[in-house]
Design a protein around this ligand. Structure first.
Ligand code: NAD
Length: 438
């Protein structure tokens, strides 16, 4: 089966590569000519573990190619996936559908034979119908159906998530489109990964509801963590004790500096906006957005308090700037709140991140990049852990403390404990939702 994938970002590229690995013939298209040129040389423009090998293998097998010619890619394709960005629209929190609409228009002009136009981007309820209308208006003779197929992969574990999904959600309007979608995902449901067939609106809603629920779970535990700090409880025990309840589950119960990334912030804003548009405010989601923003500001306060408010002129080494480990994605990362605030207060900020520098150079002006934690810690007045990359999980705390001008550690991912830090010689240690010492 020939498939065209429009958009080669974190979702489009992973989906295109994985679908080609299923045996389909996939052409990935992007309007960014530099991305396509890079991909054609066998290089992956993003950091996603395992993606480069899988990509090269499928290119060599002749099932995967990259093109900036959308017409040729769509010509003869049984399915055309839209995997372009849907960032927050300036001003009102709504998902910006400019890229989706533009892609739909281009696809409309390129359609020759029957195809299913599949929206994989996260889009508000009603968007698939809008896509259908755009294509029909642009090319009244086009023979096509639309399908909503939201993506649930996590950056950093994207290939495994795509290849072993909890479920595949497919919203369609008729059997013909359902059959094409079933053919695409047959390798997965043969291995017992469930396909949930729904209408268009439900599929669109599932994605926002799932992301808002996860964002709520994270925010809930973060709020409980704040209360633990006041009451003397330890969030690690509380999370464990809650997570062992099968009805609750242990995932997304780790307290930290607040959610960020390319999805939760924009998707919660979009859901809140959808609620407003339909006259039914999403009060829980709106509160989650507010609490998360406050929480991120509180993290700045934590670091400042650790230094008794005297940040000006201090050297602070920050470990991790990407919004989570195993990705180079910086979108709405907590580091983008914490670091500028520290610089604004007069600190000199050093930064270490295994993959964040390429994106971070522009987003974090004024920081100094270091190759590893030990180099960054030399003569520093504080160390702040913002992202739990593996290489920050087993640091030699003693060695770090010795190198610092003043050994203070803000462990905003709760990797270590007050006991570890004290033993290693840190004079101050703060974390999230647990006993600190300052
Ligand atoms: P991205 O910004 O990394 O990639 C989007 C790509 O689309 C870019 O390369 C851009 O150049 C390209 N593009 C835009 N308009 C185009 C056009 N008309 N023709 C061809 N290419 C075009 O975005 P992403 O992170 O991959 O997200 C894509 C969608 O998937 C979003 O709706 C997002 O909410 C959703 N999603 C993302 C994730 C994630 O973890 N990143 C997970 C699930 C769902």
């Amino acid at each position: 089966m020939k498939i065209a994938m429009i958009g080669t970002g974190y979702v489009g590229l992973v989906s295109g590569v994985c679908l080609s690995d299923f045996g389909h013939n996939v052409v990935c298209v992007d309007s960014d000519a530099r991305k396509i040129a890079l991909l054609r040389t066998g290089k992956v423009p993003i950091y996603e573990p395992g993606l480069d090998d899988l990509m090269v293998r499928n290119v060599e097998a002749g099932r995967l190619s990259f093109s900036d010619d959308l017409n040729a890619a769509v010509n003869g394709a049984a399915a055309v996936f839209i995997a372009v960005g849907t960032p927050t629209r300036r001003g009102d929190g709504h998902a910006d559908l400019t890229y989706v609409t533009a892609a739909a228009k281009e696809i409309a002009a390129a359609l020759t034979d029957y195809a299913v136009v599949v929206t994989k981007s996260t889009v508000p309820v009603g968007t698939n119908r809008m896509v259908k209308q755009v294509i029909t208006e642009s090319n009244p003779g086009a023979e096509f159906d639309v399908a909503s197929n939201p993506e649930f992969l996590r950056e950093g574990a994207a290939i495994d998530d795509f290849m072993r999904p909890d479920r595949i959600v497919v919203g369609v309007q008729n059997q013909r489109a359902a059959e094409v979608m079933n053919d695409i995902y047959r390798p997965l449901y043969l291995r017992d990964f469930p396909i949930l067939n729904t209408d268009l609106e439900s599929a669109e809603m599932i994605k926002y509801a799932a992301n808002a629920f996860l964002a709520t779970k994270i925010t809930f535990i973060n709020e409980i963590a704040a209360l633990c700090e006041r009451t003397g409880a330890d969030i690690k025990f509380v999370s464990q004790g809650m997570g062992l309840d099968g009805r609750i589950g242990s995932k997304f119960l780790h307290a930290g500096p607040g959610f960020g990334g390319s999805c939760f912030p924009k998707d919660t804003r979009a859901l809140a906006r959808i609620g407003q548009e339909f006259g039914l405010p999403m009060q829980i989601t709106e509160t989650v957005i507010k609490v998360n923003e406050e929480l991120r500001r509180r993290m700045v306060g934590k670091v400042m308090d650790m230094l008794d408010g005297h940040v000006a002129g201090k050297t602070i080494a920050v470990l991790g700037v990407t919004f989570k480990p195993n990705t180079d994605d910086m979108r709405e990362s907590p580091s983008l709140t914490v670091i500028p605030a520290l610089i604004g207060a007069g600190a000199k900020v050093r930064v270490v991140d295994p993959q964040g520098q390429r994106e971070g150079v522009d987003l974090l002006p004024g920081v100094h990049w270091f190759a590893d934690a030990y180099k960054a810690a030399k003569n520093a007045d504080a160390l702040v852990i913002l992202t739990e990359w593996n290489e920050f999980r087993a640091l030699d705390l003693k060695r770090l403390a010795k190198r610092m001008a003043y050994p203070a550690l803000a462990d905003l991912r709760n990797i270590y404990s007050a006991r570890d830090a004290r033993r290693a010689g840190f004079s101050r240690y703060v974390s999230v939702g647990r006993a600190d010492y300052t």
